[in-house]
Design a protein around this ligand. Structure first.
Ligand SMILES: *Cc1c(COP(=O)(O)O)cnc(C)c1O
Length: 210
């Protein structure tokens, strides 16, 4: 068994049925993705437009790609045709661009709203307050080609597991309050805590590919 295959096996053993695994393949080569594919994985996450385009052209068509990085509005039209989901919607402006690009190709684009749940200022996403405003004051009838499936968030980058747990609890609460089903939270270092706190989708990169 290859290392990637072994890593997947041990991670899968910790993920209950009903929690989806996104294999985050950003910065890792096509060969590594092929190994994960041959181990049965079909859902992969990328965070750069050019890298996504290059890789998706070379790999099997039954792979589902999720875009998980910050997305510039001028690049949206290149991403929408390639992805199953955009997890990193962090502005209304971006949502407008997704609506236009999806309408152009007659697609309904599944999206997650990214929420800034971490302590660090550097992370992107809506603040809980701005998210509440987004949900209540947006005219959703203007977005027939966008389907908001849930929320995505990244916990604080810290060894303080209580802090991380609280970050995830916040995301879970916001999703529940808005009746949104998909809760994308948990990465290589904290996915067990995320699952404990109600994650329905974990995004794991280095623990699989490194
Ligand atoms: C890179 C990245 C991940 C995966 O992080 P690992 O620590 O390598 O598992 C998950 N989510 C987002 C948004 C990322 O950018």
């Amino acid at each position: 068994m290859s290392t990637i295959e072994q890593n997947i096996k041990s991670i899968r053993a910790n993920i209950p049925d009903g929690v989806e695994l996104v294999c985050v393949s950003k910065y890792f080569p096509v060969d590594a993705i092929s190994e994960a594919y041959n181990a049965g994985e079909r859902l992969f996450g990328e965070s750069r437009v050019q890298e996504l385009a290059t890789k998706s052209a070379q790999l099997p068509k039954d792979i589902k790609w999720h875009f998980i990085g910050h997305l510039q509005t001028n690049k949206v039209k290149h991403v929408v045709p390639l992805v199953d989901m955009i997890q990193s919607v962090d502005s209304l402006h971006l949502l407008d661009a997704i609506e236009r690009a999806a309408a152009d190709i007659d697609k309904v684009q599944k999206c997650l709203i990214e929420i800034h749940i971490a302590q660090e200022e550097t992370k992107t996403g809506f603040s809980p307050h701005d998210f509440a405003t987004l949900m209540t004051s947006t005219d959703w009838s203007k977005y027939p080609h966008v389907q908001i499936c849930g929320l995505m968030g990244m916990a604080s980058n810290t060894d303080d597991t209580e802090r991380v747990r609280r970050d995830f609890q916040l995301l879970k609460t916001l999703a529940d309050l808005s009746a949104l089903r998909t809760i994308s939270m948990g990465m290589s270092g904290d996915y067990r805590i995320a699952i404990e706190q109600g994650s329905t989708m974990v995004r794991i990169g280095s623990a699989i590919f490194q």
